[in-house]
Structures are given as C-alpha cells and as structure tokens.
Design a protein around this ligand. Sequence first.
Ligand SMILES: [Zn+2]
Length: 331
Amino acid sequence: MKEILDNPLEQYQEIESKTAKNENKKEKWTAKIRKALSIFIATGLVTLSADPVLDSKIYFNENHIGKFIEYTGEDNEIKQLEMEYRLKELCEKYSVNIVGFLKTADEGARENREKEKGPLKVEGFESLGIFNEDLKEMWDETYPKNALNEVSRVAYISKSKQNVGDYNISGQMMAAGTNILSNEITFFKSLEGHSKKKDIIGTADWFFSHELGHMNDWAHTDNLTPEERIEFLQEVTQSFLMEGSFRDVLGYVDSINNPDQQKQLFYKVGEYWAGLCEYYFTFPDIQFNSLETALIEKWLLKGEKFDNLAMKEKRVGYVKKMLETNYYDKK
Ligand SMILES: [Zn+2]
C-alpha cells in the first residue's frame, strides 16, 4: 500500500538527507524524485498493496514449527535445527501464525509451478490510449528475467478499488495490487487521473516496479523451497529493523499503523521489501546499505546479472518511442 501524507515533500527532505550519500548523485536523485512525486500527488492516490487474501490467512492458521519441518521433508538434523531456530525467531516477531502463513504460501506455489506459464500478458491499457504490446515489450526488455518470470499477466481495469483496512492509512483507493494465486498484477482506476500520456506510462511503470517486488517476496515467489521462504523473510525482517535501513520518500512504510504490533511489523516489512525493489528499478541512483543491496541480488535477481541504471535509461527510451506513436493510428 502507498499513501499520500499531509506534507510528503517535507517528510521526503528529512528522509533524503539520511539516504543519499554521494552529493552529486543525491542532487540528481532529488530532482528525479521531486518530479515523480508531483505525479503521485496529481493522481490523488493511494495504495499499492500485496494480496489481501493471503494476508488474512495469517490469522486462520495455527500450525506449529514441528509440523512445518515435517512438511519440508528435510531429514538432516542440523538443517532441521537451523530451520527451527529461524522459525522461532519469526514466531517471536510475528506470532505462531507466521508458520501457517508460510506453509499456505508454499502450497500455493507448488500448485502454481505445475501450471504452464506462457509469456507475459499485458491487457486493458488500450482504454488509456496505450498499446498493450508496447508496455509488454518495455517490461520484457528492461526488467530481470528471473523476477518477470513470477508474473503471468498485468491488467488495467477501469474500476476503483477500495483500500483494504489492515494498514490503517487514511488512503482512499488502491492503485494496484497482486493476486498470488494467478500471478497477476492489476492496476485500478487511479491512472486516469493523469492528463499526459507520459505521466500515465511513467506512473504505470513505477507501480509495476513496486508490485514486481511483491510478486518476488517470500510468499508470492513460486520457485522457492519452504526453507528459503523462512530464510528470506527472516533476512528482510532483520534488515528492516537495522538502524538506518531504507525508507521510501513518502514515509509510506512508517505510516502503516495497526493496533496489533506483530501484524503491523508484518505489513511494514512486506512494503519495505516492495519499496526496495521499486526504488532499485525506478530510482536507480539511490544507494541502499550493503545488506539491502545483497538482499536485492539474492532474492530479487536470484543470481542474474542486471544493470538497473542502464535498464532504467533503456526504459526511458521506450517511453519516448511510445509517445511518438499515436495509439489510434497504430490500432
Ligand atoms: Zn505494496
């Protein structure tokens, strides 16, 4: 989820001074974000949420650590102990429900792995005057293959979607969300708030980079073992709790508010991860700390070689090309 706060610029300035280290880069980055921020405010949005269906399952599952280890089929005693240690730590942070949550996620992923996944489908953007094939080509050619592999379809629907309440942000509508069962990213009506095609494409791509992060988290990623899900969530949680860890410029992550502290941490860490991915792709000048960079390489890129700066530039080229083509002529 993502939200416009009362004075995002002021909050942003405070955060930027903590995050950017190199002065030149900082200036460049500042200008870019400011520009992008004005686009955000113009839409009046909003939230970018992970799948609420899966979120709610966390509270309906009461499986225990032993059962989970049994489920993994791991028979090496040392590895079992390591898993137990990690799970205990996760239970302390998120309650015992986290065990059931990760098991449910893994079962869903097993089913997904059996389905045939064709090439990425992009649909519905023609109602915004954008050629679906152009967006598809841009995303196919400028995002890492391993991360894209987790997405089967990206769709725009011209309908508003009310925000789900668990984040307790005063936001109104959802801008985009993910569906874990079908590996889909859906954009909702907010994009229509832009009058310029350039802003529509820019915002769509920005949101896509955030949702792609959710699609590649400990719950959504299809190609992970149950052990890896535990390790992934534990590592990102530790990184989030470290002093000086990255925060988005809108103060979005820290604005998430839930009376249940464990639930609140769970949502914040989920959005922190999606935010890392979002800024890595969309604002490649930003510098994360070394642990965060390592997390991106390990869990988002999964060993793939990827130049986020060059790919962002390439994406800007695709946008230019799209602006030169008149959709209605091309159709
Ligand atoms: Zn999100």
